[in-house]
Design a protein around this ligand. Sequence first.
Ligand code: 3NM
Length: 209
Amino acid sequence: MHLPPLYAIVDPLDTGRDPVALARALLDGGARLLQLRWKAATPHELLPAAIAIRGLTRAAGALFLVNDRPDIARAADADGVHLGQDDLPVAAARRVQGAGRVIGVSTHDVGQARAAEAAGADYVGVGPIYATTTKPDALVPRGPALVSAVRAAVRCPLVAIGGITPETAAAVHAAGADAVAMIGALVRAPDPELAVREVLARLQVGDST
Ligand code: 3NM
């Protein structure tokens, strides 16, 4: 599969921002892959947000993934799901979602990345690259060298995550990441749409008109 260079994660964190409005801003900035990650939401809140973002992403020609929940992904007709190490195994998530959907798996070292690929993941997440305040239980950051090490070990696309900013995105990309994932640098930005434009420009793929 081919991943767009920016993997924009829609997670309101503690900003009070509405996830659907955030998604619209990220798409307006040029993001073409959104993941909905909203751990504080009940399924009752998550599903309508996912359905609304599905509509926006479809209109924009963007991929849409749901974090953690293959059931919500399926109910919202998302393109796929992103799983953590403690979520459902890939094969079970695929049974829930049905064939032809994307499954990504978070990994933190070469061994986990190899295992995720062997289990059938369509892409693997790799992190944390830099220190992050977004995930309180994140491991010690390993720098872009983690991306290079995993790049040498697996064939599937890589998504790097953890503390990445517009300033560091290009270095992480150069280390072998197909896409760079960001939460805080986008959703905490005064203007998330502009933040996306800045990242895409630094990755030299943005439509900066
Ligand atoms: N997963 P930010 S680090 C969700 O290492 C997540 O797997 C990580 O948020 C991992 O861009 C992380 O704000 C947080 O640092 C990413």
